[in-house]
Design a binder for this molecule. Sequence first.
Ligand SMILES: C[S@@+](CC[C@H](N)C(=O)[O-])C[C@H]1O[C@@H](n2cnc3c(N)ncnc32)[C@H](O)[C@@H]1O
Length: 388
Amino acid sequence: MVGEAKWNALSFEEVRSKSEKFSEDRDWNQFHTPRNLLLAMVGEVGELSECFQWKGEVAENLKGFSDAEKHHIGEEMSDVLVYLIRLADKCGVDLPSAVLAKMIKNEEKYPAHLARGRSTKYTELERESASKISQVEPERDSENQPEHEDKHVSELGKYEYWSSTYERELEDFHEEGAYGEDWFSRHTGRGRLRKFIEDQIINAFGQSSIGLLDVGCGNGLFLMEAAQSERLTFQELLGIDYAMNAIEVCRAYQEKKLKNRDWMTATQEGIDRIKFSLMDFLDNSLETRSFEVVHDKGTLDAMYLSSDENLGLYMRNLARVLTDRGLFIITSCNLTKEELMRLFSPPVFRSAKLLDELSHTSFTFGGQKGSAVTTLAIELTPGAPPRT
Ligand SMILES: C[S@@+](CC[C@H](N)C(=O)[O-])C[C@H]1O[C@@H](n2cnc3c(N)ncnc32)[C@H](O)[C@@H]1O
């Protein structure tokens, strides 16, 4: 039945206005205080519960119940719903908007790829996801240069890992219609990161319309969030990724968001303007225009976990695609602020000026201190990048 309307189209507003009239006609408004309505609703929940009492486990579609019993259950459910809507009305809660917003929040709390087929609470899922990140964190030594020889070469540095990750995400999306998660969003907080980035862009370029490149855009959710900015318009928003499955996820999400207008604050034009392209950022012949802003959330981490050669190619191409004194915004869980700033030092970049920093909660798992996720805004002036 997914995607097909099964019930009469009845709006919350219709129920709200009918029950308002019902109580006005009877002069019952005086009794309909929030507390009374809540208690009345709980009473109705009790009556609904009675229908199921002593029946053992009840089968789907109330198999074994008589028509009269089914009808009665429908009545009790209606009482609960009518009281709930009346309660929301009396509390000044916009219930339809609250329901939609809560459903989006639930999607974020219970990402399909983590929660599928399990009744595990979201706090436990968060802990699992945190441990997954902390397992790939290399040893840190903020006093010295990053120890490239010792670094933990992990799955996250491999193409196959990303290809299969987004293949699963695409399957989940087609089966359940639920969006996945972008990297670190639990730790950065989407709204907080977006505001930080907007502030940095406005400080650097004022309100002028600029281009932003998202390197290793994954499922594209970061760009779809950025596109909804009410403070900025972008001349170009380009997301690139080397995994075709990631680009397919981006395009599927973009299409759904455009069709359903399902993010309440969505500026459709912003989302429509994003382009997603299949590109390997390490490619020798990477051809894109120059961007005033390059954003990376988790992709440099993946490079860092692959090889020193890849890290070098990344630096070279970053220098190619960023305009002079361009803004590079990086979120990493592998490298400290000091390590990151050292990476962007000469000769590849003539100068690297730290403009601002957003720190996020570090998390502890199994008694061990986990990753501290760091976001930096750096003004980079490319030097003479070595051409190969
Ligand atoms: C940790 S994920 C982050 C995804 C996304 N930025 C987010 O915030 O959800 C790293 C991403 O980098 C992509 N990636 C890794 N190496 C790449 C390369 N050489 N060129 C382009 N994308 C790459 C992976 O496919 C993956 O989508």
